[in-house]
Ligand binder design. Structure first.
Ligand code: NAD
Length: 247
């Protein structure tokens, strides 16, 4: 589905991001994954190469919250591959701090990574995509961008912002043939959820209409669809993959 395409995936070393990288590679894309540390990048690359030594994947670790560093990294990808077809902004952190315990620093941390870094990555990439005649940007939102959550307000606030940026840029960049969408996962079985006690997972699952948490592969499928030509007329969409959790 992605034969010959070049993709960048931020936060591609584990969880949902890692599954997106695997799925893109398995569908013929060349992928550059961005991680936060060289050690975790190397570990992810080793795992991918063990699965298929022919997959064209490499890793970099620019500081995503530094606009200059991310621009330099993206320009390096462009220099090497001569194009960037797909940008996936997946790196993110969540918070569950009650309002009265919040500090300004903690709030800034989630805003810096979950929204400012998304903008920093889009800015140089969109310029490249415009020059090459088009491209596709997919951001990672969350079901809490629709429902909110009862603590850790910085997290839903950042994901509401991701939706705003996605919908607005889809309108602005349509003329440059750049599609901009987001995927809004529900509770997904990444390391964080897998580490919860079985009882907690059961309680969460009981509140989900499909009766279970999502698998990272199921979320990655939505990223594959949106990146592919099957979604050639889809832009400005926030695609929920949440078992109807927010309903
Ligand atoms: P995860 O913690 O397993 O992975 C997060 C990724 O982001 C990792 O690759 C990590 O290296 C990267 N990252 C974190 N901080 C970073 C930093 N400062 N600089 C660079 N990279 C950094 O989480 P996940 O569950 O796979 O989440 C991926 C995305 O999906 C996030 O945007 C998250 O908000 C969103 N999401 C997850 C769930 C869920 O239930 N797992 C639900 C809704 C949305």
């Amino acid at each position: 589905m992605l034969k010959g395409k070049v993709a960048i995936v931020t936060g591609g070393t584990r969880g949902i991001g890692f599954e997106i990288v695997r799925k893109y590679l398995a569908n013929g894309a060349k992928v550059v994954l961005f991680g936060s540390r060289q050690e975790t990048v190397d570990k992810a690359l080793k795992k991918l190469h063990e699965e298929n030594s022919l997959w064209e994947v490499e890793g970099m670790c620019p500081k995503l919250t530094d606009a200059k560093e991310i621009e330099e990294a993206i320009n390096k990808v462009q220099e090497k591959y001569k194009k960037i077809d797909i940008l996936v902004n997946n790196a993110g952190i969540s918070q569950s701090t009650p309002l009265y315990d919040y500090t300004a620093e903690e709030f800034d941390k989630v805003i810096d990574l979950n929204i400012k870094a998304v903008f920093y990555a889009i800015l140089p990439t969109a310029k490249i995509m415009r020059k090459q005649g088009g491209g596709c940007i997919i951001n990672t939102s969350s079901m809490v961008s629709i429902s909110g959550q009862p603590a850790g307000v910085g997290y839903p606030a950042s994901k509401f912002a991701v939706n705003g940026l996605t919908i607005s840029l889809a309108r602005e960049l349509g003329k440059d043939n750049i599609r901009v969408n987001a995927v809004a996962p529900g509770v997904t079985k990444t390391d964080m959820v897998a580490a919860l006690p079985e009882q907690t997972v059961q309680a969460i699952s009981a509140r989900i209409p499909l009766g279970r948490t999502g698998e990272p592969q199921e979320v990655a499928d939505a990223f594959l669809y949106l990146a592919s030509d099957m979604a050639s007329y889809v832009t400005g969409e926030i695609l929920s993959v949440d078992g109807a959790s927010k309903a």
